[in-house]
Design a protein around this ligand. Structure first.
Ligand SMILES: N[C@@H](CCC(=O)N[C@@H](CS)C(=O)NCC(=O)O)C(=O)O
Length: 239
């Protein structure tokens, strides 16, 4: 039996959360090695385990995969979540890229300075409602099917649901003007593998604000701000 994939990343959502979502949706069990300290990251970097010195890194099928999108593509292809031909695959890829642009804003949000968070929340909501959600609402309305592409679950559905739910945590009524997306989101959430992932006790990670404030290693506002600055520097360096 093939070894279970092993994920290397901090114990938080960040860029790895989409990979967790996808593996869970595909019904694949996986293990996680959490990076809790800089020393652990340096050990991986010094040991030549990271092609570009960055995580996410996923050990799978004898490879050490890096670059979030490459990881997602490999898993989607392997588990038949990447369309039936080149045209479907490219549609899925376009939908995923657009959605990831929105998801990136959500991932960065907790690490902004408190003064910038409110402004960014408004701009994020506008982008979702004006640029991204109308596209997916129209696709679902026009083809009348349950999934975005090819009438079967794909990477595009998994990333879109992840993004919708992450945004709803911050702005609960974000889908109010999008009836097709509302129905879609409920249907995709009820696919058995995804339903399990959404239940307590799964490997889905909580919203970042909860971790950073609840865990003991962040005790003061100064520490939190330092973490914000470090994370912004890291994320910007990596983008
Ligand atoms: N394009 C890369 C970016 C990866 C990235 O920025 N990773 C950050 C953590 S989320 C990292 O490893 N930073 C350490 C560094 O750049 O030295 C991807 O999508 O995987």
């Amino acid at each position: 039996m093939a070894a279970r994939p092993k994920l290397h990343y901090p114990n938080g959502r960040g860029r790895m959360e989409s990979v967790r979502w996808l593996l869970a949706a595909a019904g694949v069990e996986f293990d996680e090695e959490f990076l809790e300290t800089k020393e652990q990251l340096h050990k991986l970097q010094d040991g030549n385990h990271l092609l570009f010195q960055q995580v996410p890194m996923v050990e799978i099928d004898g490879m050490k995969l890096v670059q979030t999108r490459s990881i997602l593509h490999y898993i989607a292809d392997k588990y038949h979540l990447f369309g039936k031909d080149l045209k479907e695959r490219t549609l899925i890829d376009m939908y995923v890229e657009g959605t990831l642009d929105l998801l990136e804003l959500i991932i960065m949000h907790p690490f902004l300075k408190p003064d910038d968070q409110q402004k960014e929340m408004v701009s994020m909501a506008q982008k979702a409602k004006i640029r991204y959600f109308p596209v997916f609402e129209k696709i679902l309305r026009d083809h009348g099917q349950s999934f975005l592409v090819g009438n079967q679950l794909s990477l595009a559905d998994v990333i879109l649901l992840q993004t919708i739910l992450a945004l709803e945590e911050k702005i609960p009524n974000i889908l109010s003007a999008f009836p097709f997306l509302q129905e879609y989101s409920v249907k995709i959430s009820n696919i058995p593998t995804i339903k399990r992932f959404l239940e307590p006790g799964s490997k889905k990670k909580p919203p970042p604000d909860e971790i950073y404030f609840e865990e003991e290693f962040i005790e003061t506002r100064e520490q939190y701000e330092k973490l914000q600055n470090d994370m912004v520097a890291i994320l910007q360096k990596g983008s």
